[in-house]
Write a protein that binds this ligand. Structure first.
Ligand code: ZN
Length: 67
């Protein structure tokens, strides 16, 4: 079950930068992510966050090795 952006209904997210205000979320294992389509910032639970981070890193390293 992939998470869905509440704004545009897409399921494409990338990890977002941590802010001080995120720490209360981190305590319940929610990590900030950003929708790649509309830029909406939301939170993902740790397993989902790790999955999309590894996907994001893999796609980034594929892109950079092409250059
Ligand atoms: Zn969106």
């Amino acid at each position: 079950m992939a998470m869905t952006c509440w704004q545009c209904r897409l399921t494409s997210f990338r990890p977002s930068l941590l802010r001080v205000s995120d720490f209360s979320r981190l305590l319940v294992l929610c990590f900030p992510v950003r929708c790649t389509a509309c830029g909406e910032r939301t939170y993902a639970f740790l397993p989902e966050f790790l999955k999309l981070r590894s996907r994001y890193n893999a796609s980034r390293s594929r892109t950079s090795s092409k250059d």
